[in-house]
Design a protein around this ligand. Structure first.
Ligand SMILES: CC(=O)N[C@H]1[C@@H](OP(=O)(O)O)O[C@H](CO)[C@@H](O)[C@@H]1O
Ligand SMILES: [Mg+2]
Length: 549
């Protein structure tokens, strides 16, 4: 890199996107996420880093997504997408953090150091796709990202408002044209196109009802479903709520995170007993379902429930193809998965389960070790990944199998096409769920009946330094501070079906507490007791922990 070019970087930074805050910011589970007004310089610098990353990857396209997902409107965030549409390689997170925090004066030399460290050939072309969510601060941040890309002579392409998974999809397609066309239209063609194909092969029957209510969290996912809705031809009657524009605030008392954590129905939705409702998060990468029953009770169908539904259907089709002995299907969860779901998967579905640390990158990675890997966080973020071997075996049966086997294999092929394999995707997952329910003639009651969730509760505790808490065994055991795990064990012991763990959040400055037990009262009580133990033994600050979250 000739020095003159780096001087441009520096001048650009100081003039247009100066670092105005001394607050240290870290590339966490979901990239950088904080108040939007602290992010402009960070995003500009991620534009620089994306160019360097693209060059290290021989000019393959890198993605930048501007979003703070399920956080409230004043926050925003940025994350990088690697060439196969997956999250940024973990070893680069430290580099991203370093570049985000240096002073404007040190930016030039730090950029140069990074280029040397990663051995980037700065004479190569570089391509960066930029997407953003619906926040009013997003266009300004997207422009800062594009300026960063231009400063290092990369080529930015702005996609405007897209869901996070759409951007991941477009990055993947740009680098691998067998996957699809790298545009929003290409996304609809592949995902919605496959849904329509599969629907032609299925008959609407039993308790399945084609009306689906959707809570769009007043974010981007609902807006995109409004586009898709117009192209559906009776396959699914989408009734969209919380799609923005009616004064409803992004993620405020609505959306997948609110529904999952509070276990309450969102605002802004008409209640019809036993009506299926799909709830998306603000950037369209999480999905949970729920229904209100005739006693006005809330019934949540979360990520664990979606994972088991998809895994059981795929396993059923594999058996029908007679390919189940050739292909190993597995499920990946985190410690937040409801204990009842894990028991159901291992004992009833007889599918192997692995438990990994929180954060999609960990789940995605573990899922790749199966021929077909289904992964979901309990909060509704997840997808299915299919190995090349699985695709080849299924394609062979679809061509050469007996008629019944061929039929099942062709259904599986449509199912694969409908899946966004790059990352959890609320829209793709919604179509996958609707397909399984339709194929089985099931309504929400049958879906719910596969197993009964153990009541659970999540709480947050504010401590002086959340990193004083260390964990092991996929975050299910606490190794520091001393004595905390022993205390948790003592607290859990008296509870029937009791389980509890604590871990520092990667996206908020809190310690998260999770507890489950045989009754809601017990789960709430256990969570409160464990939260108190965290407060006492891990340096709690501010108000003592209280219910609810
Ligand atoms: C309990 C929980 O839902 N944690 C979420 C949350 O992470 P924390 O590290 O718990 O803050 O945000 C992550 C990014 O969206 C998501 O991957 C994860 O599942
Ligand atoms: Mg999200």
């Amino acid at each position: 890199m000739p020095p003159s070019s780096l001087r441009v970087v520096y001048a650009f930074a100081r003039e247009m996107h100066p670092k105005t805050s001394e607050v240290f910011i870290e590339y966490g589970t979901a990239g950088f996420r904080t108040k939007a007004n602290l992010l402009e310089h960070v995003v500009y610098r991620m534009g620089l880093l994306a160019v360097i990353r693209s060059r290290v990857k021989n000019g393959r396209t890198i993605g930048i997504m501007i979003t703070a997902s399920h956080n409230l409107e004043p926050d925003n965030g940025v994350k990088l997408v690697d060439p196969d549409g997956e999250m940024l390689e973990q070893s680069w997170e430290e580099i991203a953090t370093r570049l985000a925090n240096v002073s404007d004066n040190d930016l030039e030399s730090t950029t140069e150091q990074v280029i040397k460290q990663v051995n980037a050939d700065m004479s190569l072309k570089a391509s960066v796709f930029i997407g953003m969510d619906t926040r009013y601060t997003s266009p300004r941040l997207a422009a800062a990202a594009a300026n960063g890309v231009i400063a290092l002579k990369g080529t930015p392409k702005e996609f405007g408002i897209v869901t996070t998974p759409m951007l991941h999809f477009c990055v993947k397609c740009r680098n691998d044209n067998t996957y699809g066309t790298p545009t929003e239209e290409g996304y609809y063609e592949k995902i919605v196109g496959a849904f329509k194909k599969i629907r032609q092969k299925l008959t609407v029957c039993g308790d399945y009802n084609t009306t689906l209510y959707v809570d769009g969290a007043n974010g981007v996912g609902g807006k995109k479903l409004n586009i898709i809705k117009k192209t559906l031809d009776g396959e699914l009657d989408l009734q969209l709520f919380n799609i923005g524009g009616n004064g409803g605030k992004l993620n405020l008392n609505c959306g997948a995170d609110f529904v999952k954590v509070s276990q309450k129905a969102p605002v802004g939705i008409e209640h019809v007993p036993f009506q299926r409702v799909a709830s998306l998060d603000g950037d369209g990468d999480r999905l949970v379902y729920y229904y209100i029953d005739d006693k006005n009770n809330m019934n949540l169908l979360d990520g664990d429930r979606i994972a088991t539904l998809l895994a059981s259907y795929i396993a059923e089709l594999l058996r029908a193809c007679e390919a189940s002995s050739d292909l190993q299907i597995g499920l990946v969860q985190t410690a937040y998965a409801n204990g009842a779901s894990t028991k159901y998967i291992t004992e009833d579905l007889k599918v192997p389960v692995s438990c990994v640390k929180t954060g999609v990158k960990h789940l995605h990675h573990a899922a790749l070790s199966y021929d077909i890997g289904v992964y979901f966080e309990a909060n509704g973020h997840g997808t299915v990944v299919y190995s090349t071997k699985a695709k080849e075996v299924i394609a062979k049966v679809a061509q050469e199998g007996e008629p019944e086997q061929r039929k099942a294999a062709q259904l599986l092929q449509n199912f694969i096409d409908m899946t966004n394999e790059t990352v959890g995707d609320a829209i793709s997952d919604l179509f996958l769920v609707e397909t399984v329910l339709c194929a089985r003639g099931h309504g929400v009651k049958q879906w719910m009946s596969s197993y009964a969730d153990l009541p659970c509760r999540q709480l947050k505790v504010t401590v002086q330094d959340r990193n004083a808490i260390s964990t092991t065994d996929a975050e299910r055991q606490c190794t520091a501070p001393e004595g905390l795990q022993t205390r948790i064990d003592e607290l859990v012991r008296p509870y029937s079906c009791g389980r509890a763990f604590v871990r520092p959040s990667g996206t908020e400055d809190v310690v998260r507490v999770y507890a489950e037990a045989d009754t809601q009262l017990s789960a709430d009580k256990l969570a409160a007791e464990v939260a108190q133990a965290v407060y006492d033994l891990a340096g709690g600050v501010g108000a003592r922990p209280e219910l609810p979250v």
